[in-house]
Design a protein around this ligand. Structure first.
Ligand SMILES: Cc1cc2nc3c(=O)[nH]c(=O)nc-3n(C[C@H](O)[C@H](O)[C@H](O)COP(=O)(O)O)c2cc1C
Length: 190
């Protein structure tokens, strides 16, 4: 039996894979923010959407320069992720404050996180204004993955795990055990 859910609606869509959006801000400062409201959108063109609250400095930076890198961190970096999401680049330089190593990108002028498992170099393709948020649709210009940690099916979870954001300080690992669906459907399709 389904009953009315009394919690905040989006809780039932968590835990979610968390990325770190790196942007370049007015004055040239680099900024970083974790974002778990993200998703691939289309294959042609290759796009990824991220919901960015208009109150964040990242939003200001993306409006200033419509380029970014989308970094897939390791679960080992949850402390860093949480801290990046608990302060604003408006007040501090997160790169120096947290000692994050950045590396230059090729297709965008925004650097990426040197220790990321995977990196997308992206530019803004389009955006949708929704309430307190701008949904940025980014076109992927270049995709990088750490050597040995990914194959054609994605990140090798037996070698590296990624953070799924639950709520607040809580993150979950991806269970690397696989569950295979039946090859042929057993039920009648009509
Ligand atoms: C795990 C995690 C996921 C988050 N996901 C989002 C998100 O998808 N969109 C968003 O606007 N803020 C998200 N936040 C909040 C921002 O990261 C936070 O407001 C951050 O301080 C903004 O930094 P900035 O002002 O330097 O851009 C998230 C925070 C955490 C810790």
């Amino acid at each position: 039996m389904l009953v009315e859910y009394r919690g905040t609606f989006y809780r039932l869509l968590h835990p979610r894979p968390t990325v770190i959006v790196v942007s370049k801000c007015p004055g040239g400062k680099t900024n970083m923010m974790p974002a778990s409201w993200n998703t691939p959108v289309s294959e042609e063109p290759p796009t990824i959407a991220v919901a960015v609250d208009k109150s964040t400095y990242t939003w200001t930076c993306l409006e200033h320069l419509p380029e970014a890198t989308i970094n897939v961190p390791s679960i080992d970096d949850v402390d860093l992720i949480y801290r990046l999401g608990s302060m604003s680049g408006r007040d501090v330089d997160k790169t120096t404050e947290l000692g994050v190593e950045l590396a230059p990108s090729e297709r965008v002028s925004v650097p990426h996180m040197a220790r990321a498992i995977a990196v997308y170099e992206v530019r803004v393709h389009s955006k949708v204004d929704v309430g307190e948020v701008t949904l940025y649709v980014f076109e992927v210009l270049r995709t990088l993955a750490r050597n040995g940690l990914a194959d054609e099916w994605g990140i090798d979870l037996s070698k590296a795990n990624i953070p799924l954001h639950g709520a607040g300080r809580v993150f979950h690992r991806v269970d690397p055990r696989k569950v295979y669906a039946q090859k042929r459907q057993r039920y009648a399709t009509g």
